[in-house]
Design a protein around this ligand. Structure first.
Ligand code: NAD
Length: 297
């Protein structure tokens, strides 16, 4: 089951990156979005990705322009998927929007088309029935800045056909990803199953006054030879994300998360310290102290 024609649904932050990467690797790509404003925004994002491919991957001007020129854009779902071998869904992370999208998609996609969702937090079984082809449906989850953070977590649900699963694993390799097969449903896939508990533990140590952020990072870095500790990672993720997660947990009654949310808001967000994107979070950028050779002493 080789894929040639790929449709990416949603040309937002991740959809525009996925579409661009797939086209860069030589596949036929169509980007579907809801209206022309969204399509123009997707094209604008892709202009930025072209610069990043040149900077980060030493891609040539011709290579990056050709990848863009090869792509088609459409606001008509039926037309966008008419000959699609694979649809990668990157519509907003809202259950109702995704359900509505899969309902419409299932009515217009050809029988051959495999559906893959890039959702970060949802499980394939939430949508399997709605797709009306649960055997050809699975998750294909990418990381932000896909061209350099090139992981692809491929996660099946109980009903996914193994041949479909294997062909998506193969496809992920063909578009330059490190393919990470996941054989059972798992909230947070592999990465967030590991990372979220680490980051939560670090934040709890900090807000409970056990140790400061630098000491916590230093502990992790010296003891495991990791290049970054949890607070340096939080700066890269951006402090809004752990804040939103803590608010959600606090609303569900988690007292520690309530403390963390208050702390992140007062000490960081309200002061404009958003992480690397604003030049300051737990560390100051460029040249954060954890990169100095003395930090680990
Ligand atoms: P985004 O808000 O940047 O983009 C969503 C896009 O979908 C927009 O272009 C919007 O116009 C379009 N859209 C809205 N309704 C639609 C519909 N009915 N049909 C088609 N397109 C529609 O969102 P994003 O950050 O790119 O996230 C998209 C998906 O990717 C989510 O499931 C998210 O969990 C996942 N994801 C995001 C990241 C990230 O770092 N942003 C990382 C990994 C996975």
């Amino acid at each position: 089951m080789g894929f040639k024609n790929v449709t990416v649904a949603g040309g937002g932050v991740l959809g525009s990156q996925i579409a661009y990467q797939v086209s860069f690797k030589g596949f036929n790509v169509t980007v579907y979005d809801i209206n022309n404003v969204a399509i123009e925004a997707a094209k604008g994002r892709m202009e930025r990705w072209q610069e990043r491919y040149k900077q980060d991957l030493n891609a040539t001007d011709t290579e990056v322009k050709d990848a863009f020129k090869r792509m088609n854009f459409s606001t008509d779902l039926k037309e966008a998927v008419a000959d699609a071998d694979l649809v990668i869904e990157a519509v907003p992370e809202k259950k109702e929007i995704k359900i509505d999208f899969y309902k419409k998609l299932s009515e217009v996609a050809p029988e051959k088309t495999v559906f893959a969702s890039n959702s970060s937090t949802m499980l394939p079984s939430q949508f399997a029935e709605t797709t009306k082809r649960s055997n050809k449906f699975l998750m294909l989850h990418f990381a932000n800045e896909i061209w350099k953070n090139n992981t692809a977590e491929i996660m099946k649900h109980e009903g996914t056909d193994m041949k479909v699963f294997d062909s998506v694993v193969e496809f992920a390799k063909n578009i330059g990803m490190v393919a990470l097969p996941i054989y059972k449903e798992q909230p947070g896939y592999i990465l967030n199953s590991l990372l979220v508990p680490l980051l939560d533990a670090a934040q709890n140590l900090l807000v409970n006054g056990i140790a400061d952020a630098e000491t916590i990072d230093k502990t992790w870095m010296v003891a495991t030879s990791a290049p970054r500790g949890p607070f340096a990672i939080l700066d890269v993720v951006g402090i809004r994300t752990p804040y939103n997660l803590s608010v959600a947990k606090a609303e569900a009654g988690d007292k520690n998360a309530e403390k963390v949310a208050k702390y992140l808001k007062e000490e960081y967000l309200d002061k404009g310290k958003l992480g690397t994107e604003s030049g300051e979070g737990f560390y100051k950028y460029p040249n954060p102290s954890y990169e100095s050779p003395d930090f680990l002493k």
